[in-house]
Structure formats: C-alpha cells, structure tokens
Design a protein around this ligand. Structure first.
Ligand code: HEC
Length: 260
C-alpha cells in the first residue's frame, strides 16, 4: 500500500545514488552542420569545438573561482568549529534552527509529505501508539513529548512534540521522520520496510497528534510501560516469587544485615 520507490533523499538510511554523479555529466557541445558552419540558435548550439577553445579561459576562471570558494568554505568551517567547538551542549541559534527547518522541508520527499494517514484516529489507535511511544521514544522525547533529559542534551535537542512547530507538520512528514529518521541528529529511523511497521508508525502519528491532550491517567499508564533497567525487572520478579512463597534463593540478594 505504501510501496512507492524509496527515494534516496536525506533520510538516515540513504546512500548517495548515481543521480549525484549525473549532476556532473558533460553538456554536449554545438553540432556542426557543414564545413565552418555551426547551427545557430541556442548558446549551447553555437558553442562548437572551435568556440570551446575560446571558452577555455572562461572555464579556467570558473574553476579558479570554485577552488577559491572551496578553500573559503573549509576555512570558514574550521573557524566556525574553533569558535564553537563540536560540543552538542550549545543551544542552536536562530539561523541554525531556520536552516535546519528549511533543510527538513526540502528533505521530505513530497510524495511522503502528501500521504494521508490510512489509520483512523480512535482510542484504539492512540492506545497502540502510546504503548509504542512509551517503549521506544520516551527515553528521548519524554512520555508527554516535551523532552526527556537524554533528548534535551542532544544537538539538536529533541523538539517539544506538543508545540505548534511539530503539530503543524503534515501527517506524512511525521510518518517520514519516524520511518526514516533525521540524518545528523539523534532521531533514529524506525522503519522496518514492512506493512506492520508502517501501520505502527501511523499509530504513532495519531498518538503524536493526541500528545497535547494527554491525561494524567495516560501518563501514569505510560510510566508503567517505560523500559526499566534490568535491576528493576529483577527486583520485581523476586517480589513476585516471594509473594508466591517460592524459594527466592539465588536471584535474591541477601536481606541479612551486613550484605554490603
Ligand atoms: C535517541 C533519541 C531519540 C529517540 C529514541 C527518538 N527520537 Fe524522535 N527525535 C530525536 C531528536 C534528537 C529529534 C530532532 C531531530 C531534528 O532536529 O530534526 C527528533 C525528532 C523527532 C520528530 C520531529 C519533530 C519535529 O518537530 O521536527 C518526531 C515526529 C519524532 N522525533 C518522533 C519520534 C518517535 C515517534 C519516536 C519513537 C518511535 C522517536 N522520535 C524516538 C531523538 C529521538
């Protein structure tokens, strides 16, 4: 159903494709029609092999300009890094945020952005997305979507998913970000290239839409679904075994005094 050609855009999955190389393909020169005669018309049409000889200085000039720009780019980057360091601690400035936002708009292929959510928003779908979010997303985004410590320390930090900047994104854009991730950021790609995976991403989109209206009970439910560290899980198993009157011997740490 969602099986469209996966495009090699800016997703965290993408590998530069041959289209990148095509950009450097040469333009054919003009076509000679007879001795000394060149078909006139477009500028490219007039540029026969002889004309190309005269264009050489222009081409050299262009190459020099490109080289100068490249050196300036490298120097600029070095100066920028020296000034700011590579720390992910800095807060992105307004220009960086604007550029990143623009890049994302360019990077989400329009056939994704214009997708309509095929999964109806109802309490079942929201509950499905909520369970998935509590398990896979909350460690960075927080159960309420406003950001957990881990996400806040990233560069760029996790955006507040309840804010209008996220809520105004189209369903297809949210779907794309979940499936493909955001390259150069902490946002992983969750796509599995299966229909089930895509369906659960759509449930997540429905849940993200619901985030601004999350209730206290739902937050509590999510807290119970958050992944727990192994020690907490072990403690719980021990408590259960103890309640069942089982022998709690090897798993349980000693309760006697002086164990530590
Ligand atoms: C390891 C940390 C991490 C995890 C886990 C994670 N995210 Fe993210 N997420 C990020 C970061 C960082 C960004 C910001 C990317 C950017 O700047 O474009 C982000 C961005 C997003 C965005 C784009 C919001 C916007 O306004 O640009 C959505 C939607 C999103 N995440 C949903 C999810 C969902 C759903 C999950 C779980 C299936 C998830 N994320 C799991 C770190 C994470």
């Amino acid at each position: 159903m969602f099986d469209r050609g996966r495009s090699a855009h800016r997703s965290a999955h993408a590998v530069p494709g041959p289209d990148v190389l095509l950009l450097h393909g040469s333009q054919p020169g003009g076509v000679r029609e007879g001795p000394g005669k060149v078909r006139d018309g477009s500028a490219a049409g007039r540029a026969g092999p002889r004309a190309l000889m005269f264009m050489r200085p222009a081409i050299t000039g262009a190459l020099v300009t490109l080289a100068v720009l490249a050196v300036a780019g490298v120097l600029g980057t070095v100066m920028f890094l020296k000034a700011t360091g590579l720390s992910a601690r800095a807060t992105p400035g307004p220009v960086e945020i604007a550029v990143a936002g623009r890049l994302r708009a360019l990077a989400v292929p329009s056939d994704y952005a214009s997708l309509t959510n095929p999964v109806l928003t109802n309490s079942e779908s929201v509950a499905n997305g909520m369970a998935h979010f509590a398990d896979h997303c909350a460690q960075c985004h927080g159960n309420d979507g406003t950001g957990a410590d881990m996400g806040k320390d990233m560069f760029p930090p996790t955006p507040d998913l309840t804010a209008s900047s996220t809520q105004e994104l189209r369903d297809g854009t949210l779907f794309y970000v979940i499936e493909q991730g955001v390259r150069f950021t902490g946002m992983p790609a969750f796509g599995t290239d299966t229909l089930e995976g895509e369906e659960s991403s759509w449930h997540l989109v429905n849940f993200i839409r619901h985030l601004p209206r999350l209730t206290a009970e739902q937050l509590e439910e999510m807290a119970a679904m958050n992944p727990r560290p192994p020690a907490a899980i072990r403690q719980e198993i021990e408590a259960e075994r103890f309640l069942r009157g089982e022998d709690i011997e090897p798993a349980a740490p000693s309760h006697e005094a002086g164990a530590h």
